[in-house]
Design a protein around this ligand. Structure first.
Ligand code: 13P
Length: 249
């Protein structure tokens, strides 16, 4: 049985003061141990704050990107070892905003996933199609290709330490959500593709849905057989909404 995971992606939002208030409210609202895993993926300057405020709680924290390099003269980059050093359990890899605005290719994303996993940080590998690709019936080929690039560089041990996130680009920040059936179809395709490589790992891999997940649609999405939680953008910045999604998991 896979344990569900609800992860917030704060993107480039927050201050020391607003983060502290948000985390305080989330911790307060969680009460006793939640029924699912919970994480927040914060901007790099705030990861130490997360460590300070979340260490020993039920909320894990993670980065939003990792360098493809191990260490050295790569100004502005953050390594997997650094993420590990500030206690990150997770790091987002290949978010569509990085693919679109920073030219990240499937091959680069795969190398980043490898760096993260080898540094002891779980990469949350994001895949998803654009609206044009969906309308051209290319969804399966696009997300399949994005996953295949990762499968090509990770060995079986690495693969058992990743999370996948299906985030249709057209649903991110738009208020348009994939229907539970649409999302389930893609999640099942991803799991089948993983199973071709290793059926046991495929059965264990957590596959999140992301893209305008909100309190009012979270329960139906997460009720689907292959949807193991959510990667939440906008709603993760409001404690009440984030908590409602966690309670729906
Ligand atoms: P929204 O929930 O704001 O649509 O963002 C989803 C997302 O990109 C999470 O990584």
């Amino acid at each position: 049985m896979r344990r569900k995971l609800v992860a917030g992606n704060w993107k480039m939002n927050g201050t020391l003061a607003t983060n502290a208030a948000l985390l305080k409210e989330i911790l307060h609202g969680l009460g006793t141990l939640p029924a699912c895993d919970v994480a927040v993926c914060a901007p790099a300057p705030y990861l130490a704050q997360c460590q300070q405020l979340l260490d020993g709680t039920a909320v894990a924290w993670g980065g939003q990107d990792v360098s493809v390099h191990e260490a050295g003269a790569f100004t502005g980059e953050v390594s997997g070892a650094m993420l590990r050093d500030v206690g990150c359990r997770y790091v987002l890899v290949g978010h569509s905003e990085r693919r679109a605005y920073h030219g990240e290719t499937d091959a680069l994303v795969a190398q980043k996933a490898l760096r993260a996993v080898r540094a002891g940080v779980v990469p949350v590998v994001c895949v998803g199609e654009t609206l044009a690709q969906r309308e051209a019936q290319q969804t399966g080929a696009i997300v399949g290709g994005q996953l295949d690039a990762v499968l090509a560089v990770l060995d079986d041990a690495d693969l058992s330490n990743i999370v996948l996130a299906y985030e249709p680009v057209w649903a991110i920040g738009t208020g348009k959500t994939a229907t539970p059936e649409m999302a389930q179809e893609v999640h099942a395709t991803l799991r089948q593709r993983l199973a071709r490589r290793n059926p046991e790992t495929a059965a264990q891999t957590v596959i999140l849905y992301g893209g305008s997940m909100k309190p009012d649609n979270a329960r139906q999405l997460m009720a689907m057989a292959d949807i193991d939680g959510g990667l939440i953008g906008g709603a993760a910045l409001k404690a009440a909404d984030f908590l409602a999604i966690i309670h729906a998991a």
